[in-house]
Design a protein around this ligand. Structure first.
Ligand code: IMP
Ligand code: MG
Length: 431
């Protein structure tokens, strides 16, 4: 029953794409379970860069089925653009499967995402403005429109009429905007329906069948644990569940069927968007890491905020995910630094604390208590863990202690070849 969940251990952009893509080589199925096109996965294959936002990375491999699970919110326009982009790069997308229960991002979701951010002003979340939050709001308000509705023209018309009437009230009365046209949106979405129809299926059935048949199934996370709507730095979070628990809900697979949870982290931290970040480096060191690590958003192009690894948050993330393994990325970005810091606790109003506080104002006052470690020099391309510099080995061991999880992957560069696979995660399948 080899099923693995790959999750972000920080604030997203940990390099999950690279790890997922590596694991996808041996997977029969890759499944996305939450988020939408707020995600941006950069995958480098043989020097060629692929950027995907919604299609799972399994699509790059001919043996692999790619599933967009029920927990994902799907902007059909963006999905079709991505299918076309991949097609033009010679990638076969016929093995893509879209859940009939996934919710749709509608034009008013995109609009309201931006309007709500502007209304918040200085207290904005710093969202990607892709309509993700408003789409999840409608899902939970039981107003959402799902892929299954898209394939039912009659039902779709009614749902769009009802939703647009409500949204127009909001747009006009609260935000002073022009109303939207329900018939125009209906026509647009009917067009998407025709193109998406061949991809649609009951994906929970397919994923469970694959696992039961002993196939290797990879759940590919998006965003990061600290952006989880329940466990992250609320309200500076995304509206879904990027943690391992979200995988079960977002795919319709029970928790007993997931064997391993791999937490992906970088040897530093980045955060795009607003919210607390105790280890943030607002100095040249942070700037240097941003440039060397090319830390600009895949989705929005925004410069990412940079800081040291926060062991308090990492330990917390390991716990809420039940992480069994780690993938430690971007250690090359820190090569040449004399010393490397890891926060191991916070000081809050003169007290030492070892867990992140729920209250955001408390969180904002937390000062990291650092442990300093010796830096490492140039790395070359070590093939095995026993070939890495002693200082890096000490660092990896410290991260393993903090998370109680085992480093399975250490990444020393962007390309797929620049990676040490300490442990094979997909053990033999039954097929
Ligand atoms: P939303 O997901 O667009 O609603 O944005 C909410 C927060 O999550 C913002 O801080 C975003 O910058 C952040 N976020 C959303 N998706 C990603 C991602 O894929 N990587 C990193 N941050 C993300
Ligand atoms: Mg990203």
């Amino acid at each position: 029953m080899p099923a693995i969940a790959v999750v972000g251990a920080q604030f997203g952009d940990e390099g999950k794409g690279k790890v997922s893509h590596y694991l996808a080589q041996r997977a029969h199925m890759v499944v996305r379970t939450q988020g939408g096109n707020n995600a941006g996965h950069t995958v480098v294959v043989g020097g060629k860069i692929f950027r995907v936002h919604i299609v799972p990375s399994g699509v790059l491999y001919p043996q692999c089925k790619s599933v967009i699970g029920n927990g994902v919110v799907v902007d059909p326009k963006v999905l079709l653009e991505e299918i076309d982009y991949l097609g033009s790069e010679g990638i076969d997308t016929s093995r893509l499967i879209l859940s009939d229960r996934a919710h749709l991002i509608m034009p008013y979701h995109r609009l309201l995402d931006g309007l709500d951010e502007d209304r918040r002003g200085l207290r904005r979340i710093g969202t990607t403005r892709r309509g993700i939050g408003p789409a999840y709001m409608d899902k939970n308000a039981r107003l959402g429109i799902r892929v299954a509705d898209l394939l039912d023209p009659e039902g779709l018309r009614n749902l769009i009429d009802e939703n647009v009437a409500l949204k127009n009230d909001l747009l006009q009365k609260v935000y002073g905007q022009e109303p939207l046209s329900a018939p125009e949106i209906y026509e647009e979405y009917l067009g998407y329906a025709e193109r998406l129809r061949p991809y649609v299926a009951d994906t929970a059935r397919l994923v469970n069948d694959a696992i039961d048949a002993g196939e290797r199934v990879l759940f590919e996370g998006a965003q990061g644990s600290l952006l989880d709507v329940d466990h992250g730095t609320y309200p500076y979070v995304t509206s879904s569940h990027p943690i391992a628990g979200g995988v079960t809900i977002g795919s319709g697979v029970g928790p007993t069927k997931i064997d391993k949870v791999v937490g992906v982290l970088k040897a530093y931290t980045s955060r795009v968007g607003d919210g607390p970040f105790p280890t943030e480096l607002l100095n040249e060191q942070g700037d240097a890491i941003r440039e060397r690590g090319k830390e600009y958003g895949t989705t929005t192009g925004r410069p990412r905020r940079i800081g040291w690894v926060d062991g308090v948050l990492l330990g917390y993330a390991a716990r809420i995910n039940g992480m069994t393994h780690l993938a430690i990325n971007s250690v090359d970005v820190l090569a040449g630094f004399e010393t490397i810091k890891i926060a191991v606790a916070y000081e809050l109003d003169g007290r030492r604390i070892e867990d992140p506080p729920a209250n955001l104002r408390d969180f904002g006052r937390c000062k990291p208590i650092y442990e300093e470690m010796e830096g490492w020099g140039e790395l070359g391309t070590p093939a095995h863990r026993n070939e890495i510099p002693r200082a890096l080995e000490a660092y990896v061991q410290r991260i393993e202690e903090i998370t109680h999880a085992k480093a399975a992957v250490i990444s020393v560069g962007r390309d797929q070849g620049e990676t040490i696979y300490v442990e094979e995660l997909f053990t033999e399948a039954n097929v």
